[in-house]
Design a protein. Structure first.
Length: 315
């Protein structure tokens, strides 16, 4: 197996690459990103813009790539500020990857999101197959991406797979400009200042997940035999359904003096209000054995421990 990861310097990619390297060996993973970072990966890193088709093809061909984790994307809040860029990266970038996957017989993992749902989607226990009329450009690209991946599988036989990730919480790389970013920031600020000003309202409930579960989901889905999958490209998955207030309560179990206040950003609140409260992830559980390990308190304990080491702040 030779694996290419796009968008590898992002929040998810930066941790997925480490796990892939541990699992499949450093010579079998190539990490790529448009950004010029200082990657600490134990595998090869190449600068790659997924909009540069010929470059992508050259790398896939030269390295006999047969699995692509396609993470290069523009997230919800940034996308809303630049819809043209979001369309280019999230749609044209995906199409480039799918065309190359078709030509070189690669399987492709592409994350969708809770953002693929909209205000008239059932909010609680949101079914796997339901109304999807998102009102953000991010959501529009996510639904179209799900459909495009289905199309490449049905029409050309490309082995496309994907999940609808909820908001992801992690401690290695900061999130890239999404609506759920508060759920990461809150831990950094809890340690630095014992105080956080949240940009969403206190009772805004959204699905969330800790990074180790998010990574396990991606790899597990890519390893399952293809004939066991019915919903290939957009499995609902979730680990918890929580609000900013719930995060604050959980943090207070470890940092009793922690305070939260609210200064609502109307743009991101509008996006959050259009997303579900809780996903029904039974299709993922039934078809490929999806299960999360972390709940809110076990995640909080681990986040605070890891961040306290990273930031060298005791609590
Ligand atoms: P991120 O914003 O942290 O990282 C995206 C990476 O893509 C960045 O490193 C960026 O430099 C790179 N990139 C942007 N344009 C590029 C281009 N043209 N060519 C190559 N690289 C480019 O995003 P993430 O959180 O790691 O998300 C990865 C995927 O998971 C995305 O599809 C996202 O929609 C999805 N997702 C993420 C979350 C979350 O909470 N993090 C939730 C749901 C879905
Ligand atoms: N965390 C992502 C965002 O807020 C959800 O897809 O954009």
């Amino acid at each position: 197996m030779k694996i290419l990861v796009t968008g590898a310097l992002g929040q998810i990619g930066s941790e997925l690459v480490d796990t892939l390297v541990n699992r499949y060996g450093s010579s079998n993973v190539i990490a790529t990103d448009k950004k010029n970072g200082k990657p600490d990966f134990a595998c090869q890193f190449i600068n790659l813009d997924v909009l540069k088709n010929k470059q992508v093809e050259k790398i896939v061909k030269a390295n006999d790539i047969n699995v692509i984790y396609h993470l290069a994307a523009v997230l919800s809040a940034v996308a809303e500020g630049d819809p043209d860029l979001a369309w280019q990266v999230n749609m044209q970038g995906l199409r480039n990857i799918l065309n190359i996957a078709r030509k070189y017989n690669c399987s492709v993992f592409t994350p969708s999101s809770i953002g693929a749902f909209g205000p008239n989607t059932p909010k609680n226990k949101t079914p796997q197959d339901t109304i999807q009329r998102p009102t953000s450009i991010y959501g529009v690209t996510k639904v179209a991406g799900e459909l495009l991946c289905d199309y490449y599988h049905c029409k050309y036989g490309v082995d496309t797979r994907g999940v609808r990730y909820p908001g992801i919480i992690s401690n290695k790389t900061l999130p890239g400009g999404g609506t759920t970013d508060y759920a990461v920031e809150i831990y950094y600020e809890a340690l630095k200042k014992q105080k956080y000003t949240c940009f969403l309202e206190k009772d805004t409930v959204l699905d969330m997940m800790y990074m180790p579960d998010a990574i396990e989901a991606a790899i597990k889905l890519m390893e399952v035999p293809a004939d066991e999958l019915v919903h290939r490209n957009a499995f609902n998955i979730t680990a918890m359904s929580v609000s900013p207030q719930d995060f604050a309560d959980s943090i207070r179990k470890f940092i009793p003096d922690f305070e939260i206040e609210y200064q609502v950003d109307r743009k991101r609140q509008k996006i959050a209000d259009s997303w579900p409260n809780s996903l029904d992830d039974s299709a993922a559980r039934e078809e490929w054995g999806w299960n999360s390990k972390y709940d809110l308190d076990t995640m909080t304990e681990d986040m605070l421990e890891k961040l306290s080491n990273k930031l060298e702040i005791n609590y």
